[in-house]
Design a protein around this ligand. Structure first.
Ligand code: PLP
Length: 365
């Protein structure tokens, strides 16, 4: 650390220089985040110093967290779901598996996940000493539920399905997983970190939420398609009482117990998440999602016209291609199988797609 502080102007030119090195979201087709909606940015600024880790000091902000859980619970067809605002999909997935593990104390616990699951499950298994059993995918990159039965055994503490896979944008057959979970009496966690804010707004929503009786918990991230500020995730549970198994005593805070993973927690991104939901409503979110899906279709059609076939027809706004090139000045990513991966987030407008297609056509020439 410096012995004496630096003048404010110097400091901010230094910060600005670093900030200008960031890529921003221009020409970025690889991210599941997007610039926050203007109402999210405004709400975030209002709640900058709030700390949900000590909710008695911030009862107004804590009420917004409750409202967020109620709104997202209702969106997931369970207005009385339990839940809290996490830092994102990783924390939600870890916490869901903690609950599942505590509910079923066995000697060598395992979880059964699709091969498409997000790497946060690898972290969760490491932290929680869980064996990860991986279910292969079918031709459409969805979990092959035929293979689930022989992987599940008496030590399986959770079954996981994904609604909106990170790499291919597919929704696993959650209805079938729900039947298996009920049959075999297993906790079913649905990772809808991405798709949770997309699928409910599609013209033909695919069942994945608490309407399916076997679904125990859901991860859903406002900081992805919810256009909130970072970090804004949410973990929802069918039974609000399940969180009690995570409680630890917190003697010197305004609350006596805490079930969250983080201690100090931002209220600003929670206020931002609520702001977007209230401002846009169902209609506004449907319009955003319709635009992203339309752009996804246009991108697929344009890439195929250039001779780059889609890897699969996605359920949500993630488009993947057999294409090993990337036009200069653009960011796309690669799936584990080597497909080009793009995400048509709200900042990836029609104009961006058309510019990308022109540049793709140019490198092909
Ligand atoms: N789950 C899914 C399906 C994801 O796509 C992601 C991130 O892209 C995560 C979990 C992890 O979310 P986060 O990076 O917010 O922790």
């Amino acid at each position: 650390m410096r012995e004496t502080g630096c003048p404010e102007e110097d400091l901010f030119s230094f910060l600005l220089a670093r900030r200008q090195e960031d890529l921003g979201y221009r020409n970025i087709l690889s991210s599941m985040c997007t610039p926050p909606h203007p109402v999210a940015a405004r709400a975030h600024a209002m709640f900058l110093e709030t700390n949900l880790g000590d909710p008695g000091l911030f009862p107004g902000t804590a009420a917004l967290e409750d409202l967020l859980v109620r709104r997202l619970g209702a969106l997931m067809h369970h207005p009385d779901a339990g839940g809290y605002a996490t830092s994102g999909g990783t924390e939600s997935n870890i916490q869901a598996l903690r609950i599942a593990k505590k509910q079923k104390p066995v000697k060598s616990p395992n979880i059964v996940v699709p091969a498409s699951s997000h790497f946060s499950f690898t972290k969760a298994c490491d932290i929680l000493s869980l064996e990860m059993r991986t279910v292969p995918l079918d031709d459409a990159f969805r979990m092959d539920t035929e293979a689930v039965d022989c992987l599940v055994d008496d030590d399986t503490v959770a079954l996981v399905g994904v609604a909106g896979t990170t790499e291919y944008g597919m929704v696993d057959p959650i209805a079938r997983l729900s039947e298996i979970a009920l049959d075999r009496d297993i906790f079913l966690h649905v990772d809808a970190a991405f798709g949770g804010m997309v699928v409910p707004f599609l013209d033909r929503p695919i069942p994945f939420d608490f309407r399916l009786p076997g679904v125990s918990s859901i991860s859903i991230d406002p900081h992805k398609m919810g256009m909130s500020t970072i970090p804004a995730g949410c973990l929802l549970t069918r039974n609000p009482d399940w969180f009690a198994c995570l409680n630890v005593d917190t003697p010197y805070l305004t609350v006596k117990r805490e079930c969250t993973l983080a201690g100090t927690r931002p209220g600003a991104s929670v206020a931002a998440a609520v702001a977007v939901l209230e401002y846009l409503g169902m209609d506004g979110m449907r319009a955003v999602v319709a635009g992203c899906m339309e752009n996804t279709r246009r991108l697929i059609e344009g890439m195929e016209a250039l001779g780059f076939p889609r890897a699969v027809s996605p359920d949500v706004n993630v488009a993947t291609f057999s294409c090993d090139r990337t036009p200069p000045g653009w960011r796309v990513s690669r799936t584990r199988s080597g497909h080009m991966r793009t995400v048509c987030m709200p900042h990836v407008t029609r104009d961006v797609i058309e510019r990308f297609l022109v540049d793709m056509g140019d490198i092909d020439a």
